[in-house]
Structure formats: structure tokens, C-alpha cells
Design a protein around this ligand. Sequence first.
Ligand code: ATP
Ligand code: MG
Length: 564
Amino acid sequence: MPASDTPAAGDFIADAVRSDNAAGTYAGRVQTRFPPEPNGYLHIGHAKAITADFGIAEQFGGVCNVRLDDTNPDTEETEYVESIIEDIRWLGYEPHQVLYASDYFEALYQWAEALIEAGSAYVDEQDGDTISAQRGGFGQPGVESPWRDRPPAESLDLFRRMRRGEFPDGAKTLRAKIDMQADNMQLRDPVMYRIRHSLHHRTGDQWCVYPTYDWAHGQSDALEAVTHSMCTLEFVTHRPLYDWYLEQLDLPHEKPRQLEFARLELTHVVTSKRRLMGLVEQGLVTGWDDPRMPTLRGLRRRGYPAAAIRAFCHHIGVNKTNSRHSIEELESFVRAELNRVAQRRMAVLRPLKLVIDNWPSTPEGGPAVEWFEIANNPENPADGVRRAPFCGQLWIEAEDFAETPPPKFFRLSPGREVRLRGAYLVTATDLVKDAAGQVVEVHATYDPATRGGDAPDGRKVKSTMHWVSAEHAIPLEVALYDRLFTAAVPGERTGEPLDDLNPASVERLTGCQGEPALAEVEPGQVVQFERLGYFAADDERPGWFHRTVGLRDEWAAQRKRQAG
Ligand code: ATP
Ligand code: MG
């Protein structure tokens, strides 16, 4: 576990654990679990749950398991199981054990028989719609099933036959017999088992009755000896049911305790597996790992460091009110981490040729090359320096030149002197246009006395620009990303998030030029392109970079605006 950067997780949860410890409950033991359903890839919301589950265990010297909550054979796949475990490890957490709810199918089944024998569960023969309709609503009475009072022996026989596969899907269910007039709808005889004749990714065709979430969850916690079972707020109303089931059973360990915290939502993205699956299936993104996706895969490919995601989750903490955090807030953690760890490089996204007319040539007549040593990361001297070649033909950013500079434009323009970062001061003297009137080449002279970028006479320039030697440059392709959804709360206007999908959330640039040291970037490594932002090298395609985030801290700007 990344112990060093894991401060106290959620306060009210930590308080609950402390009070349990003080009361001697669980004999001071703390065991948590992260229980994903393997029906999709993990997203940033899950990172909050993972951080809380592992964080609490670590804070109290306990353990945290991962339990795949695989009780729905129709939507679950081994591919998802594998990606989930990989993503948890990538985020920096090592599960104490990897467990599966499906390993408890037999134990759950036996417990269900015990409930039937105790007269606390019965086989219902009504269909799902009838059962839902009879549930009623708050202030509306529930209607008891005509099968509710059938003798336990009859239910037991039917339940065994359900297991043996004698009935088609949906023909019967097993329901807990609690209270059809309870104010809490969850207690109105909830379904415990449904018949599903489909292949399960682990148990194959061994089972055709599957436990519901509520029946499986608390019992799995109890079988594993979980002490504190954390989940999100929508399960608050399920807690009485969680407790009720456990109270009916002969538990092998002390009864676990469910604690709920708020879901994490972010602006400009959706965090629901179903919605994310829709984006993938409709081809609106390139896959679960599209760098615009808020999945851990997408964020990783985009260049988000795991440490930044953890720091963000610790910063927001666990709380009891649902709220939406701004994506700029997450980005500010990404930027802070990358500022610390990312090496600096120079790259030109939209190249314009700069010819230095007074640049010397070698005695053989070719252009002279001068190598500059430039710090890899001024924030971290231990990162050392790299060498960047400079010669008489350079690439500069097209937008760094203006033939007729608008007000407050201090970059290159005819007659103006600027600094080429770490190299020399240059003054633009002339320009070349194509037939369409587009500037295609700028001519300049350099001042040999300004090597390193400072004039001995102390004269100042207003702008420092990045550059790449045209002769040594390597070609790059870059993807620039905008928000995946234009609206802060996708779907808020119409109820349909896709109505807010940004049609221009990616811009691909080809023909970009990078300094030669960029050839050595590792797949997945993130570097800062000076003045342009942080860029992650693609895992698979060399020379292809994804912009992780720009350099400007928009969250700081937001807070300033709010304060002012
Ligand atoms: P989704 O709606 O995306 O499918 P889920 O809750 O069904 O989410 P699970 O795989 O069942 O996804 O979730 C595993 C754990 O992660 C649960 O404890 C759940 O409460 C938690 N979790 C899921 N989404 C979030 C979120 N946005 N914020 C915090 N925790 C979350
Ligand atoms: Mg779920």
C-alpha cells in the first residue's frame, strides 16, 4: 500500500471505527472490502471508494479485501474482473485477498433454506411486475402475496426444485417474509433469489438461481469477517434490511456494520458504468480506455498519475452529502503531481520555420550545431539535464509570430527581439509568404553575445519562446482534449446526458515537431511540453502524445472568482 501518501480517510467513518474499538466490538479488529460488480471498468467514483476502503483498513492496522460482487451472470465477464484488479493495483493498492461472492453461492443457498425453515422466507409464484406493483409506496399499503403464508415445507420443496432447474426464468422467486406494511420499502418482503438460466463467468451452469444484491452482500461480508462495510448513500435505506438478514442467521463472526458515504460525481463527465458502457457501445469514444473517459484506464492513458488521483480522493474525503466536484479541482492535483515529477521537453505543435540568417556555417559549409544543456525539471534538480541541439533553422509555434502584432502581443514580430528559451536572443527581420498570403517562414538574426538567453548589457525582452531544431526534430502526433460533455452536469437540461456530448472533444494534430530527447520517452510517460501543458506518450504508438492537462490552474482561478 502507498502508506506514505495515505493520511486519515473519512472522518465520520474513522470515528465510527474508533467508537467500535473503544466499545471492544470486533475485538479491535478492522476489516473492510471493496466490492465491485464485474460489469464494467472502474471509474473515478470507484477511486473514492477504494481510497476509503483501503484507507480505513490501513489507518487502523486492518486489512482490505477486494470482493467481486458477481451475482448477476447476465452482465458480468472475466474481462472486467481482470481489469478491475489491475486498475486497483495501478491506483496503488494491494488487496489482502481477492474474493468472489460466487464462492458463497452454496453457503447463501443453505442460509436461505434455514430462513425458509424458520418461516422467514417463502417461494412466491407471481411475476416481477405483480410483485413490484404490490410493494406499494411510502404511505401506500403493500399487498401481501397469496403465497406468503404457504407452509415452509412447500416453499422448501419448491426452492430445491428451483435450484434443480425445474422452472423457467421468472417463474418463481424466493422472498423474505418481513413486513408488507413497513415504512421502509426495502423491508416489504424483498426478493432473495431469482431464476436465471444463464452462464456465469465463474460457476458456469452450476446454478440457475441467483441471489439478489441485498441477500448476497451482508451475508458475504459476514462470511468473510468484514467489520466495517462501506458503501454509497443510496444504500442507507437498505441498511435495515442488511441488519435484518444478519440478525436471522447464525453468523460465524460478529455482525458487520454498514456505513454509507456520498458518491463522487464530477462536472463534465458521467460516472455510471451503464452510461460509460453506452459511450463505448455507441462508438462515441474509442473504448473504455479512451483518454476522455473518467475510467481509471482512460485517466491513466491520459497521463493522470495514480498519486494525483489518490491525493484528490484524500482531499475530498468521505462525507455524507452528495455533491459534484469540479473537474478542474481534480486537474489541479494532476498538475501539482506532474509539476513535481514530469520532465520538461520542447515541442512545437503548429510549426513555423524560423531561419537565422547570421548563423555560422562549419568550415565544410554545412550549418553549425550548438548543443545546449537544459534542466529536465527545474522543480527537481536531481533529474539532471538533457542536451538540445540548436542551429540556423528552427521550428517555432506559429501563434508565437504576428506580422502585425495586436495590443499586448509580446512575442515575435518584425523588428522585435525575443528569447529562445535557454539559447539566444533573436530579432525578426523578414518573412516569406506563400501564394495564399500565409506566412511560411520568418527570418531573424541572433545575438551571439546572448548565449544562454541573457544579454550582457542587461537589455530585457518581454517574451521567452520554445523552439526545436528543424534539422534534428522528430515528428510527433498530438491529441488535444476538451471536456467530454459541454454541460457541467451532463443531462441536467433534458435528462439525457448524450444531449450534452461535446462534438469536438478531441483535436488531433499531425506534423508536430519535438526535440530529439523526446525519442527516448517511455510508453505511458508524461512530460511537460514547455508552455503547452503535460503530455502522455501513448502506450502503443511511439511518437503519439495525449495532452493530459494544460498548465493553467483553472481551479485556482475559479476559487479566486468565487472569493472575489
Ligand atoms: P455504477 O453505477 O457506476 O455501476 P455501482 O455502484 O453499481 O456503480 P459497483 O461496482 O457496484 O458500482 O461499486 C463498487 C463500490 O464502489 C461500491 O461500494 C459503490 O458504492 C462504490 N462506488 C461506485 N460508484 C461510486 C461513486 N461514484 N463514488 C463513490 N463510490 C462509488
Ligand atoms: Mg452496483
